[in-house]
Design a protein around this ligand. Sequence first.
Ligand SMILES: NC(=O)c1ccc[n+]([C@@H]2O[C@H](COP(=O)([O-])OP(=O)(O)OC[C@H]3O[C@@H](n4cnc5c(N)ncnc54)[C@H](O)[C@@H]3O)[C@@H](O)[C@H]2O)c1
Length: 330
Amino acid sequence: MTKRALVTGAGGFIGHHFVKFLLAKGYWVRGVDIKKPEFEDSPANEFTLLDLRTLETCVKASKGVDEVYNLAADMGGIGFITAYHAEIARNNILINSHMLEASRINKVLRYFYSSSACIYPQRLQNQSEVTPLKEEDAYPADPEEGYGWEKLFAEKLCQYYYEDYDLETRVARFHNVYGTLGTFDGGREKVPAALCRKIALAPDGSEIEIWGDGEQTRSFTYIDDCVEGVYRIMQSDCHQPLNLGTERLITINELVDMVARIAGKTLSKRHDTSKPQGVRGRNSDNTLLRNTLNWEPLISLEEGMTHTYKWIEGELRKTNRIPMLSESTR
Ligand SMILES: NC(=O)c1ccc[n+]([C@@H]2O[C@H](COP(=O)([O-])OP(=O)(O)OC[C@H]3O[C@@H](n4cnc5c(N)ncnc54)[C@H](O)[C@@H]3O)[C@@H](O)[C@H]2O)c1
């Protein structure tokens, strides 16, 4: 029998990709969001515009589905999540608590929650050469203000709904997901997309601005690995949160050099240390993920960033934002 799924946040980056992934697996899919996807129409069987901050809308969204993939969140890059603690924490706890309760009311069989590496304690992330984070490192808690605290509490809610109501919850902690069809402008974009945009717009030989001294480190996950991982985690029997990331640590300066190479440009960097840069270093320890799924993200950063850069460059060309001069550098 065809499985029926709800994807919340289906107008967003990961949600939109996930709708396509489930359709390819033969699912019937309902997508819900407060906005439509930015770059192409949603192929979902049903796409409904709903604000999921109320129980009523969450009940409506999750009616008649077997599985819920809750990917809706008020979020953005480091500048955005640093600036709006109250608004982000309030909006997201409303979405996440109501989505769980609605899924219980509608007797949903499985529920997926998208948590984040931002739940990890800041004290473990104050050096560039950071020790990769294991799931158990989450406690004693000291997550990122606002966004991170809310994510950690929503993870706990998933645990309580499993323990008290037998709702089959699954949780992944995403580590910096990037790829095509992700927002790259306007303030909510993340580092990889922002760098691709800046580099695509910069004439060869010019200078680009980098937030911080560029020696902060991260690991990144390509979108195709992310959707595959979400699906595998949902199929597993694991009720505890799992890291979903890669273990390749890279500085932001190195990432800039990689994208400049992909673009075929020589650029210099101007570091603005007044801008937020988040924790100093963060990496994923995939031991538990590997042991649980016998799988982990496989796509190299070079391959993922090449797809992402080419797509963003193409979008900027479509809207005539790339100066004609840089045509020769293609
Ligand atoms: N992209 C990453 O690197 C990353 C990292 C860690 C965690 N996550 C988590 O993964 C999930 C998906 O992230 P994304 O990168 O696709 O973000 P995104 O911003 O592209 O998508 C989130 C979607 O949720 C929607 N939304 C916000 N408020 C809503 C509301 N009240 N009602 C209905 N929809 C609402 C937004 O309109 C947006 O389309 C989120 O839970 C996010 O916190 C993402």
